[in-house]
Write a protein of this length. Structure first.
Length: 133
């Protein structure tokens, strides 16, 4: 009886935690899409494909998913210098956007779960706040 109750409790805890994270991610992505539309869409385009040889793609981006902290840092502080995305080199300047840590987290959750990208680990405001220049 005790093991059955324990199993039920553990199962329900897992389901609740999973649903809670799914709900939090969904809400974050909705906010991130709005911020993306305001700040990012002119360079990276509505489909996330960017502009070849100028602005790197976010769609199906190996860089975005393999370089989580560098991606957060780029959104938070801007970036310049060469990067390689999906085997192509880009050397442009991305100006700082002046976003808060929670807005950076929302954009990261949106772009890492859109256009063929899949990120199971939600980006949080606390994680973004730890990323320094």
């Amino acid at each position: 009886m005790k093991s059955t109750l324990l199993t039920l409790f553990v199962t329900l805890s897992i389901i609740f935690t999973s649903n809670s994270q799914t709900s939090a991610l969904k809400s974050s992505m909705e906010r991130g899409e709005e911020i993306y539309t305001d700040f990012c869409i002119s360079c990276h385009l509505p489909n996330g494909k960017g502009v070849e040889k100028v602005y790197p793609p976010l769609a199906n981006s190996d860089y975005l998913l393999k370089n989580r902290e560098a991606s957060i840092k780029a959104i938070k502080f801007g970036m310049q210098g060469e990067i390689t995305v999906n085997g192509k080199k880009y050397n442009s300047v991305m100006a700082p956007l002046g976003l808060s840590d929670d807005e950076v987290a929302d954009i990261m959750n949106y772009i890492t779960n859109s256009w063929g990208n899949k990120n199971d680990k939600i980006v949080t405001e606390a994680e973004v706040s730890k990323v320094k220049k």
